[in-house]
Design a protein around this ligand. Structure first.
Ligand code: SFD
Ligand code: AMP
Length: 623
């Protein structure tokens, strides 16, 4: 296949049409219209059903409710600080909090159905979470994005693989390169500003479900860490890349637990009927001051569960049966009300994680009568849930301390390159609504940047030609090696992308504190893991593709490999265990406020291939 090339010129380029990307399109469309600028969005799938919200969601987990006097942005910053064991970019978190309600109100205006109280307020699941009938959440968000920039400016089914920096100034962005997943075609996008919003990273670690269940994980399997790989390889500084997410989920279906804990007040018990939180309460003192605060941080809840498991008290069960029976009793077992409660319980999954409803149905589980097993997931790298992996970005000018501000909100350390959603570090708990609003904030700043820097960047044609060859290399490898074996999936001269993926997941599980290693690692283990990863990268030069689908998978493997390397470099650098339950450094098993209450940043230098690690100060913004 000899690919044709299409060149697309624009002013603002948005990579990824998920929550942050659609938010960016909505906002950029508005500001760009007056200035006569062209905004283009590129997406690997179809934005109507792409990204983490493709299947829908049953809650919006970030809403202040300021107009009802429910919460103030400062309250949210304190909550995030506590859950993240002290380390957050409070300027970024505050910025999300003060703006997020406006996005939620827009969602309602666009037609998203919300659960309401008899007084007409959004029904709360928890202090920050509100309930939605969210099966069609993504089509609603996508429609607004399309209207804002025009359908002709949405390029779908194109996998963006590399960023382009200015030929004369590598510290400045110039565009991106990608390929169609439907036809042999390479795209070169030239832009003055780029917003990177291509989602978090799944599949870096070996999941619980392997073999026939491979791909059944909690976070979106099609989010392969592009957002990080694109920015890392362009030389942008990354932060908190050691801070992965591990969450409790219903076993095998990966159904989220938030609604069950917060709304239905279910509790987690071990197989012997002991309350895990109560039994291991003493452990929290070792993680003061955060262990003594409320709510118990997510990693510490995990830590209690891991200790109970290691004490041989599993399996663990969420007592959905006890919780629902109690609620039924409160409504005097009124059949109509019982039916409504049951229907909310099932809708929680039917809107968001159908597989969980299927597991219940196939295992004869009626949550009102039978408790359900809960386990901790494999680690994910993402910046929007109870985790903060991503790029180191400038904060908003009115709030950010000078150490966190370099001109444009959400701009990375590469000029003209902005990030949003899972791509931004240090501002956890933004979830779907916060990611959308962060896309909007980044877009407004990107338009301002283009206004201030109107000259067109230089794209190096030699670099584009080299990328063309690199992108298509897996086809060449296949062609050169065909005939060396009788079965195409076993060949001494190449590795297929699925085989490569499994090998990566094995390395990460065993050496980088995966679930199979009970989330434990140490310096010698990480050094060995990096050595194996180095050898693996050499073998990856022989990755082969049989068709365009394989080609996509090959480049997704590269995304994950870059994430894996950055993650291990960060795990190695931070000599402490700050987030037990996410991971443990066996050689530094304690929290160390004196030396490590700081951010860990990294920069990969594309010119030399070297990583540089550094500490960045934590600055408290909200008292
Ligand atoms: O409870 C390329 N999330 C929840 N958020 C909530 O507000 N409420 C919930 O109930 C949530 N739950 C939940 C959630 C996610 C999932 C999967 C489940 C349950 C089962 C989290 C949010 O969804 C999440 O925070 C945001 O979506 C993050 O936004 P963003 O924009 O950073 O990521 P995205 O929406 O996945 O979009 C990324 C887009 O990029 C595309 N893409 N395009 C081109 N080239 C490439 N190389 C690309 N790589 C990726 C993707 O296709 C996608 O469109 S609960 O469990 O937490
Ligand atoms: P989840 O369904 O686990 O993704 O969680 C949805 C929301 O509920 C997130 O804001 C979580 O931080 C929060 N959450 C989940 N479980 C608990 C818990 N046991 N205590 C406090 N907050 C929780």
């Amino acid at each position: 296949m000899n690919p044709e090339t299409e060149v697309v010129d624009c002013d603002v380029l948005i990579l990824g049409g998920g929550m942050a990307g659609c938010g960016a399109a909505y906002e950029a469309g508005y500001w760009a219209k007056n200035k006569g600028l062209r905004v283009v969005l590129v997406e690997k799938g179809a934005i109507e059903r792409s990204g983490a919200v493709a299947m829908g969601l049953s809650a919006i987990n970030c809403y202040m409710g300021m107009k009802f006097g429910e919460n103030q942005p400062e309250d949210f910053v304190r909550y995030v600080r506590q859950d993240l064991m002290g380390l957050s970019r409070e300027d970024l978190v505050y910025d999300i909090a003060r703006n997020v309600d406006s996005t939620v109100h827009l969602l309602e205006e666009w037609g998203l159905p919300f659960f309401k109280t008899p007084e007409g307020r959004y029904k709360r699941e928890g202090r920050w979470q509100i309930m939605i009938h969210g099966e069609s959440y993504k089509p609603i968000v996508a429609e607004a994005a399309k209207k804002a920039v025009g359908e002709d400016n949405i390029y779908e089914r194109i996998f963006v693989s590399h960023l382009l920096t200015d030929a004369k100034d590598p510290g400045r962005i110039a565009g991106a390169v990608g390929f169609s997943v439907r036809e042999p075609k390479i795209y070169v996008f030239k832009a003055k500003a780029v917003i990177c919003a291509a989602g978090g990273a799944t599949g870096v670690f070996r999941p619980h479900a392997v073999g026939e269940g491979l791909g059944r994980i909690w976070y979106a399997p099609w989010n392969t860490g592009s957002v990080y790989k694109l920015m890392i390889t362009a030389g942008a500084e990354m932060s908190q890349f050691e801070h992965r997410l591990v969450v409790a989920r219903f076993k095998d279906g990966y159904g989220p637990v938030g609604m069950w804990f917060l709304l239905f007040k279910s509790v987690l018990k071990n197989a012997y009927g002991e309350l895990v939180e109560q039994k291991w309460a003493e452990l929290l003192k070792d993680w003061a001051p955060y262990g003594l605060g409320k709510p118990i941080p997510t990693p510490l809840r995990n830590h209690q569960m891991i200790q109970d498991y290691l004490a041989g008290r599993g399996p663990h069960y969420l007592r959905t049966d006890e919780a629902l029976q109690k609620i039924f009793a409160e409504v005097q077992n009124d059949p109509k009300k019982v039916r409504e409660i049951e229907s909310d319980a099932w809708e929680d999954f039917l809107d968001m994680t159908m597989s969980q409803a299927l597991v219940w149905a196939s295992e004869n589980i009626d949550p009102a009568k039978t408790p359900s097993e809960v386990v901790l997931t494999e680690p994910y790298l993402m910046g929007s849930h109870a985790s903060a992996t991503g790029a180191w970005v400038s904060g908003p000018e009115d709030v950010a301390p000078k150490e966190y501000f370099w001109g444009y909100n959400r701009m990375t350390t590469v000029r003209g390159l902005f990030a949003a959603g899972d791509g931004v570090s240090g501002s956890a708990h933004k979830f779907s609504s916060g990611s959308h609003v962060e896309g909007r904030l980044a877009a407004k700043a990107a338009v301002a940047y283009v206004h201030d820097n109107p000259d067109t960047p230089n794209v190096d044609p030699d670099r584009v030609q080299a990328l063309r060859q690199e992108l298509w290399r897996p086809f060449e490898v296949l062609e050169q090696s065909a005939g060396a074996s009788t079965k195409p999936d076993v060949n001494p001269n190449y590795v297929l992308p699925k085989q490569a993926l499994l090998r990566l997941q094995k390395i990460m599980d065993e050496y980088a504190a995966g679930q199979g290693a009970y989330y434990i690692t140490n310096e010698p283990t990480l050094l060995r893991g990096l050595e194996l990863l180095g050898q693996f990268k050499i073998d990856l030069q022989s990755m082969a593709a049989r068709d365009l689908h394989d080609l996509l998978r090959c480049w997704e493997v590269w995304d994950r490999v870059w994430c894996a390397e950055a993650h291990m470099q960060h795990l190695l650098y931070r000599q402490e265990t700050r987030w037990p339950g996410y991971y443990y450094r066996g050689d530094y098993p304690h929290i160390d406020e004196e030396n490590w209450k700081c951010f860990v940043n990294s920069r990969y230098d594309p010119a030399t291939g070297q990583w540089t690690m550094s500490k960045k100060p934590y600055i408290q913004v909200v008292p």
